[in-house]
Design a protein around this ligand. Sequence first.
Ligand code: CA
Length: 295
Amino acid sequence: MYHHVELVLDAKAELGEGALWDPATQRLLWVDIVRGQVHRFDPVTRQNQTVAVGQMVGTVVTRARGGLMLAVQNGFASLDPEAGELTIVNDPEAHIPSNRFNDGKCDPAGRFWAGTMTLTGDAWKEAAGSLYSLDLDGRATPRLGQVNISNGIVWSADAKTMYFVDTVQPRVDAFDFDNATGAISNRRPVVHFPEGVGLPDGMTIDADDNLWIAMWGGWKVLGYDPRTGQPVGVIEVPAAQVTSCAFGGPNLDELYITSAWIGLSDGAKALQPQAGGVFLARPGVRGVPAVPFAG
Ligand code: CA
């Protein structure tokens, strides 16, 4: 099914990412990874507030006690967005300065998961990253090693399954998930993509436990049912590098989509002048509220 998208913020983001809806403020949180910016976009006023955090920022989540949590170049961090104050909470890879953090989200118990990738090397060739959870006691637990580009992490409504993307493996994998401990097991592929649709990047899950996956280089967001591996929707985006998506709005039925400008030739930029923008689609389904960090 084809769904129309609307450009709601002509951000020209270098590497827009990390879309997440904050129900408390009714704003879309998102980041520009390489510019080191955290953005808060109000779809009603179309105002976008920007906080520069002084280093690369891979993703943003809300925090139950207030403020925001980030996965930045050098670890898990808290951010007071009003004061612009960044505090590193835990850097599990202080000994690997060649890595940076990338995408992440909170699990149903409120742990903050995020993965690392090489910053100085070739992430397509080097599985130099790992996936961690920042636990409620502030400790970081390594959960998965040998990751190239950690992306697209979400959990099923029953908290028994975790879905994960390593972008260089062009598929979505599922794990059995133990919500009491955060342990993952039984990794298996659940979604394979056809040729020519790009590579899976960020991902969100809807109220029917279907996945909506931003396709880098694919000009689209794809919907899949991970229980059958079958497609459930296609959202065409007027930008090739589609990076993440999140359901938002008062009824969680608006899908906000981020995109990137990075690496495009002048010719490619001319062909996709809205690249780097934030887009809105209404695919006719609802999302689920994102879980805040509970630590
Ligand atoms: Ca990403």
